[in-house]
Design a protein around this ligand. Structure first.
Ligand SMILES: Nc1ncnc2c1ncn2[C@@H]1O[C@H](COP(=O)(O)OP(=O)(O)OP(=O)(O)O)[C@@H](O)[C@H]1O
Length: 240
């Protein structure tokens, strides 16, 4: 469904993506993991066309989408930190997003997260006055709003209270069941274990592996995903 081929991106002297290849099929939750500053968000932004790669291709359903605009309507994106116009009220933001989309193409709306997070009770609040967690809820609700076949969620549960995190995890699993492709980044192994079918591990600008959770556990000898990945990293350090 989504494929990246030989993706490269530098910021000045800093080589962040150094030739990455991977492909992701629908009906999967894939967790992108790696150390801080290893390039997870940069990879996501290249897939979204928000960062232009220096080399390589991004393909959606076998078609190159580098730099195009139209394919973005197939992807719901939840950024790590959502930035919204300060003076706009939350209700206005949702209405504006719906207007833009419906104007372009009739859309199926999925307002489940607006309901479950009880966001409409806060529609009169200016975006600048919202708490960090509430902002996250708005970002999540917007990502799912147009029922896209692909969701890209950058640390989706960071800053959410436990109940809200459960609601979002449930939504992510339901999206997978509905045949969508979900790419998430997270540093919380227990959470990845609950949701992910496969792990893309990136390190120093390269894809170290893209494997199913089941294979990782059996290959790296632990029932717990976090320990299995730690075993892999230690093994690599000893080999290197
Ligand atoms: N626009 C930019 N200009 C310059 N450097 C950038 C830019 N965007 C990212 N970087 C750098 O690229 C590297 C990778 O950043 P990125 O945000 O992709 O990491 P990450 O793996 O998502 O990190 P984290 O786990 O901390 O969220 C970092 O060193 C970052 O400072």
């Amino acid at each position: 469904m989504i494929e990246i081929r030989n993706l490269k991106k530098s910021f000045g002297q800093l080589k962040v993506l150094q030739g990455m290849d991977a492909s992701f099929e629908k009906g999967q939750v894939v967790a992108i993991i790696g150390p801080n500053a290893s390039g997870k968000t940069t990879l996501i932004k290249c897939i979204l066309g928000m960062v232009l790669p220096d080399a390589g291709d991004v393909l959606l359903n076998n078609e190159r989408v580098n730099g195009e605009v139209a394919y973005k309507q197939h992807i719901g994106y939840m950024p790590q930190i959502g930035r919204y116009p300060d003076n706009m009220k939350m209700g206005q933001l949702f209405e504006m997003m719906k207007d833009i989309r419906v104007h372009n193409r009739p859309a199926v709306l999925d307002e489940e997260l607006i309901r479950r997070f009880r966001l409409s009770a806060m529609y009169q609040k200016p975006m600048s006055t919202l708490s960090g967690g509430t902002r996250q809820k708005v970002s999540a609700a917007l990502a799912f709003l147009f029922d896209p076949p692909v969701l890209i969620l950058d640390e989706p549960t960071a800053g959410l209270d436990p109940l809200s995190a459960e609601i979002l995890k449930h939504k992510i699993i339901a999206a997978r069941e509905a045949g969508k492709l979900v790419l998430i980044t997270s540093h919380i192994m227990s959470e990845i274990e609950e949701m992910a079918d496969a792990i893309l591990y990136i390190f120093e600008g390269k894809v170290k592996f893209l494997k199913t959770v089941t294979d990782i556990k059996s290959e790296y000898g632990d029932e717990k995903l976090g320990k299995a990945i730690a075993n892999y990293i230690l093994q690599e350090m000893n080999n290197g």
